[in-house]
Design a protein around this ligand. Structure first.
Ligand code: GLN
Length: 287
């Protein structure tokens, strides 16, 4: 070790070298920002600031946990999604930037001014809360099968002051009968034996939020087959899925009677979500 002072710049450089992986510098900055309770601008302005020994000790503890693979979001206890900061936990999925593409797709749909919307398997509440934050006139409901996720999504809704109703239900099974203009979901969609489950953040996330049977499609199969009974005429279903699942998910949507079935891409240009509409029948009243 050299005798150079422990400045912000030096601590970050050392930590980034130890952390490795995809985004070591950003990870180190996020952890030090949390320890010092400072924002990124302060970091850029004061690289020569000397950090106190107690803060260095706290920082090093976080860096060591990051080195063993713990997701940054778990170490910080929160994750940004859309314009919101969401509390996270190890009982449900950490919101991903690519899921923001579903939020954009939902906001682009031709929906009524006062749409009734359901987010299935909401986890932190990410999709439901992002939609509620953009559309104060929508009535947004969310479900999750995991009690801890229901409690977490409720806490996020309350802290953000967003009127999202969260209840416990395994997909539609425990839901009081209702009809929606939009049903949206980021369900589990990874296949049981997929090697991605041994890499990166997913190692620290629960299988209940990630894995869906031998081909990863068990949950989307159930959602697509059942959603028509829960949609108003003209209503839409929008689900996230794996980069290679677009054709299979479009088939499931079409088999369930959806039209206007389309797959959209994420920020990395991978197929990431599919949507479809239940057409109005000849006898359905408008609206
Ligand atoms: N997109 C996530 C991943 O592959 C999985 C999310 C999910 O299963 N819903 O890391």
């Amino acid at each position: 070790m050299s005798n150079a002072p422990d400045t912000v710049a030096r601590l970050l450089a050392d930590a980034a070298a130890r952390i490795g992986g995809d985004s070591p510098r950003l990870d180190a900055e996020l952890l030090l920002e949390a320890v010092l309770d400072r924002n990124p601008t302060w970091f850029r302005t004061w690289p020569e600031h000397e950090v106190a020994p107690t803060d260095i000790a706290r920082f090093n503890t976080l860096v060591e946990r990051r080195m063993t693979g713990h997701p940054v979001a778990h170490l910080l206890g929160h994750q940004g999604f859309w314009s919101l900061t969401l509390e996270v936990s190890d009982r449900t999925l950490i919101p991903r930037p690519d899921t923001e593409c579903l939020v954009e797709a939902a906001l682009d749909l031709p929906l009524p001014e006062q749409a009734r919307v359901l987010d299935l398997g909401t986890g932190t509440g990410a999709i439901a809360l992002a939609l509620a934050s953009e559309k104060p006139d929508w009535s947004v409901q969310a479900t999750d099968a995991v009690d801890d996720a229901v409690a977490l999504a409720r806490r996020n809704a309350e802290r953000l002051g967003l009127p999202v109703q969260v209840s416990r239900s395994h997909w539609f099974r425990d839901l009081a009968s209702a009809r929606f203009d939009l049903i949206v979901s980021n369900p589990p969609y990874i296949a049981e034996r997929d090697h991605h489950l041994d890499q990166g953040d997913v190692r620290f996330e629960p299988a209940s939020a990630l894995v869906a049977g031998a081909d990863g499609l068990d949950d989307i199969r159930e959602i697509a087959a059942t959603a028509p009974d829960w949609l108003r005429p003209g209503g839409w279903l929008l689900v996230e899925h794996g980069f290679d699942q677009g054709p299979a998910v479009r088939d499931l949507f079409m088999a369930a009677g959806f039209s206007k079935v389309e797959t959209g891409r994420d920020y990395g240009s991978n197929d990431r979500y599919t949507l479809g509409r239940i057409e109005k029948g000849e006898n359905d009243a408008d609206g």
